[in-house]
Design a protein around this ligand. Structure first.
Ligand code: UD1
Length: 426
């Protein structure tokens, strides 16, 4: 089994470029299947989750050419046949459920494997299904699958635009409903919509295919259904969670690091929290963030995760690693996923002093972490363990690294390029 081996304590410095956003690329690939001509997607990250989403749309009969060197996908959906997201792929990657909206929109029916829970919580899709129902679909659950089709219609019937009020600003539900609505008859309004930069990217991508969408990036999105969508050429927005990961690595390991393709406004709450803790962080223009080693002693802070523009839950484990070596008591509250502190026991094995009380982590900052063999529990917890290893004294071995490979392109190479001592070994 592959492991990351990290020899900690190295100062990081130099420049590193962030790849295209995983959480945008996956949705754009899913949305592509609605087009009636070819799509070119640029700045697509070379990560396992993208490979899985490509597999999902290939099983539907979509042709995909991958140019890994240029980070480009050429997608030809003209011969799409299938309407099924199979269990093996949904189990491997929950985001596979994002083909449901496009398939329902285009064909009026979809057979979707019900995703199970995952390491960060139960993660239902009830809000997605409620949205489809409001647009005239009926959902029947049988043998682990949801059969979702336009009520009373034949295959090929169209959904009907509707007003949808989300109980929670779920990203996945906002995206699935927005995609379902673009080929529906009439107007759909999504109230209490998610506002993440990736939602804006999906809206802009759909608009470039001929969709009519207003309000992407606000809590009220309006979609006027169109009859068809055409091909387009589009570049995926940079990954703000990857940017936040490098920013935190630099904050932990000293030196001056420039993070290219890091967009301050997409990460504002995170960057402001680091500033509050005393990290010397600034933006140069719109696309570069610099973390400098000013020798500042950092202060403890309190963080609460919330949907955008709040502090991103995906950066919670990564921020906890930083706070674990900041003297004093920090409190981190997780409000989005119920199970997102599973990695804390591993971090404590490296010398951190963190107690979990319900959905709060009480962190008593320690002077130093010490290297140890640890597990990656999920994608972001895995990245957090690597960061802990970079800051720790001695050698850290991080196992179950497939979680990290799901979402970080060439992570070890990028870290090595700014001075980290990290390699993959069996
Ligand atoms: C996306 C991101 C993930 C990020 C999360 C929150 C992708 C592929 N993944 O996941 O990295 O951590 O947003 O920013 O983009 N919920 C329900 N019912 C639903 C839908 C969601 O109860 O129908 C709950 C979930 O269990 C969770 C919360 O709502 O507690 C947020 O989920 P959501 O915003 O939908 O996250 P994802 O889109 O799954």
């Amino acid at each position: 089994m592959e492991k990351f081996i990290i020899n900690g304590g190295k100062t990081l410095s130099g420049s590193v470029r962030v790849s295209g956003a995983k959480n945008s690329a996956l949705k754009l690939i899913a949305a592509s299947i609605m087009a009636d001509s070819r799509i070119t997607l640029k700045n697509v990250p070379k990560i396992e989750d993208v490979a899985t989403m490509v597999e999902v749309i290939k099983t539907l009969g979509v042709k995909v050419d991958v140019d890994n060197k240029k980070s480009i996908l050429e997608i030809d959906p003209r011969n799409i046949k299938g309407c099924e997201a199979p269990y093996e792929l949904v189990r491997k990657m929950r985001a596979s459920v994002l083909v449901a909206g496009p398939l329902l929109s285009k064909f009026g029916s979809v057979k979707l494997a019900i995703p199970g829970g995952c390491n960060i919580g139960s993660r239902g899709i009830d809000l997605h299904l409620k949205g489809f129902e409001a647009m005239g679909a009926e959902n029947v659950v049988e043998h682990g699958y949801i059969y979702c089709r336009v009520k009373g219609g034949k295959t090929g019937s169209r959904l009907i635009g509707s007003d949808i009020n989300l109980d929670f600003p779920s990203r996945g539900a906002t995206e699935n409903i927005m995609m379902a609505a673009v080929l529906a008859k009439g107007k759909t309004v999504i109230n209490n919509a998610a506002q993440e930069p990736e939602i804006v990217d999906l809206a802009n991508f759909l608009i470039s295919m001929g969709a009519e969408i207003q309000g992407g990036g606000t809590n009220c999105i309006t979609i006027n259904g169109v009859k068809k969508l055409h091909g387009t050429s589009y570049s995926v927005t940079p990954d703000s969670i990857e940017a936040g990961t490098f920013i935190t690595a630099a904050s932990l390991c000293g030196g001056t690091v420039e993070i290219e393709d890091a967009i301050w406004k997409n990460l504002e709450m995170f960057c402001l929290k680091l500033k509050e803790a005393g990290v010397d962080i600034d933006t140069i223009g719109e696309n570069k963030i610099v973390v400098s080693n000013s020798g500042n002693k950092l202060n403890p802070v309190c963080i609460s995760t919330l949907p955008y523009p709040g502090f991103p839950t995906d950066l919670q484990p990564i921020a906890v690693v930083l706070l674990s070596v900041v003297p004093g008591i920090s409190v981190v509250t997780e409000n989005v996923f119920e199970n997102r502190f599973m990695y804390v026991d591993e971090l404590n094995r490296m010398g951190a002093n963190i107690k979990i009380d319900g959905h709060h982590a009480v962190i008593n900052g320690t002077e130093k972490l010490s290297g140890a063999p640890v597990r990656a529990f999920d994608l972001r917890a895995g990245a957090a363990m690597i960061l802990a290893g970079l800051a720790a004294e001695g050698v850290t071995e991080v196992s179950d690294i497939y979680h990290v490979k799901r979402g970080y392109e060439n992570f070890e190479e990028k870290l090595t390029s700014i001075g980290a001592d990290i390699k993959i070994a069996n």
